[in-house]
Design a protein around this ligand. Sequence first.
Ligand code: SF4
Length: 237
Amino acid sequence: MAAGAPAERALPAAPGGASEPGAAGGDAAATPVAAGARGAAAEGPAPDDPLDAVAAQAAACRRCRLCETRQSVVFGEGPRRPRLMVIGEAPGAEEDASGRPFIGAAGQLLTRMLLAIGLAREDVYIANVVKCRPPGNRDPGPDEVAACRPYLDEQIRLLDPELLLLLGAPALKTVLQTTRGITAMRGQVLRTPDGRPALPTFHPSYVLRYPEARRAVWDDLRLAAATLGLTVPPRPA
Ligand code: SF4
């Protein structure tokens, strides 16, 4: 863990020089947001907490076209010093409506996955690569991922988790900056470009569609538990 409280810093400009009205660094400070925020943020003093400040920037973000159709900016939620940070792809309809990540069927499976290795959902920080829902649950575009990536980078830097659990190919490719697929890369603790341990596995929504993937995910969770020094549950028969 990094020593001391991390300093707040402005997010880098959006790729391609896109303007970001009412967002980072300006005087249109926003209400701190723990999980998600609907529409434009309210005016007020800038949050003291660096993560709240980043969340407030995201709450007013217009860096990519997803701002035009979102109901909520689903920033992420969890403790400020998590041992494990889970990163998925993008909010779905229920997340967009509620402002909270992973609350639908995939989220319920994620909660059960975490419990299997002795972690309550509340012990883990949960976020997505992009913070706004792509219409119709389409994949986020490369430009949208690039535009949103500074928020994720800041979350990881400020939260400083011991291990990243990357759910699905978009999280794998964004965080590890690889073009290789999830099937080839899952099941091993890899390193992000800045040296942080990261374990890719299948996304819970994939497991819901293809139950035969459960066994692989179970193996990956056991590896996560071992990496964190938790009790490794036995492999199911
Ligand atoms: S997806 Fe990310 S970059 Fe795009 S508008 Fe939402 S918060 Fe901003």
